[in-house]
Write a protein that binds this ligand. Sequence first.
Ligand SMILES: *[C@@H]1O[C@H](CO)[C@@H](O)[C@H](O)[C@H]1NC(C)=O
Ligand SMILES: *[C@@H]1O[C@H](CO)[C@@H](O)[C@H](O)[C@H]1NC(C)=O
Ligand SMILES: *[C@@H]1O[C@H](CO)[C@@H](O)[C@H](O)[C@H]1NC(C)=O
Ligand SMILES: *[C@@H]1O[C@H](CO)[C@@H](O)[C@H](O)[C@H]1NC(C)=O
Length: 411
Amino acid sequence: MLWKTVLLLALADQVLALENGLLRTPPMGWLAWERFRCNIDCDADPKNCISEQLFMEMADRLAEDGWRDLGYTYLNIDDCWIGGRDANGYLVPDPKRFPNGIAFLADYAHSLGLQLGIYEDLGNFTCMGYPGTTLDKVLQDAQTFAKWKVDMLKLDGCFSTPEEQAKGYPMMAAALNATGRPIAFSCSWPAYEGGLPPKVNYSLLADICNLWRNYDDIQDSWSSVLSILDWFADNQDVLQPVAGPGHWNDPDMLLIGNFGLSFEQARAQMALWTVLAAPLFMSTDLRTISAQSVDILQNPLMIKINQDPLGIQGRRILKDKSSIEVFLRPLARDAYAVVFFSRRADMPYRFRSSLAQLGFSGSGVYEAQDVYTGGIISGLQAEANFTVIINPSGVVMWYLYPTGEPEGPQL
Ligand SMILES: *[C@@H]1O[C@H](CO)[C@@H](O)[C@H](O)[C@H]1NC(C)=O
Ligand SMILES: *[C@@H]1O[C@H](CO)[C@@H](O)[C@H](O)[C@H]1NC(C)=O
Ligand SMILES: *[C@@H]1O[C@H](CO)[C@@H](O)[C@H](O)[C@H]1NC(C)=O
Ligand SMILES: *[C@@H]1O[C@H](CO)[C@@H](O)[C@H](O)[C@H]1NC(C)=O
């Protein structure tokens, strides 16, 4: 029954959606905020301050270290780039930190096969206090971003009222469209309204935004990952149906490569974000990232699953009393992604289950490829018992596909 509901919602969904043709699969790339914040002290910390040089160095890494070719193509600026407005009200970047201007950075990104994202805030100021886009500046700022050849805009919501946001986000969507330049639009609006109906109208969001931040900013800790995951899973009946090609829920950046997550936790965040059809925005120092983190982020099967063309967001389908949770995402060609997630803190747990317990029926035979180890488990039939061994705060992730006639939960 669940699956019929998913189908109906997926079909109903095709009439809604922003028609700029962008982000048919979740965006992938690099976003400055979580790792580099508002570090503007280029005298004391020239290698890590928010500056043209930082973005050019990350662009080089994206292009040269395999990221771009796997799909990580967005190079996204966040807060703290703005210098002010000129005499005619046009936004200008900080002249010391971005001496060649944003159009130059966009050209640089494009020359490497990347796309440039920028940040503004609908309101009097950005969250860090730089000049915001007030309602009377929406049109002008959209034109500025298009003139600079920017490819994505993240529009935050500090220092504005709910009424201004209700006017401003649709207004910016129209203003971006009117520029004639395809610019992906990331809206922080729902996060400022608690992320849930009735205050948030997700049909409207899907009409005007390509992705939206629903909930709190991520911080570099496992507790932050868990609080975001819990909120998304607890509210999945609202959130799961509203995601799809061109319009995505955004649980915020990947922490992998930073300081707050263990190896198992880093693997868990990657798997869980992938099964949630989340944008994959890294926010880490690509100049110094470890080989182990690269392996997690560059796993080709993981990326293939995240970028599945059906664009169906997965759901938590089981919350076992053993503190094991199972997430399932339907994929093209009758395949599924399955994530077995352990919230335990003792030792690797032997979780016994069967496809029948995960909602499969019929006589179909499946094979599973372990997304991290590559191991193949074959001969999986609905009633056959299997055991997966899941490390504390870790995951086992399967790419599950039919061998022979597909007979899984039908869409
Ligand atoms: C924005 O600035 C205007 C003009 O100074 C002020 O009246 C308004 O209260 C401010 N809005 C917010 C949400 O801070
Ligand atoms: C603007 O909107 C129209 C109608 O939804 C769409 O066909 C067109 O591709 C959009 N253009 C851009 C640049 O987003
Ligand atoms: C939500 O937005 C849609 C599309 O703009 C609109 O048709 C609908 O009436 C809105 N729903 C509510 C409850 O306001
Ligand atoms: C699977 O395990 C259950 C008990 O956990 C048992 O009743 C059932 O017979 C087993 N099925 C098979 C096919 O071995």
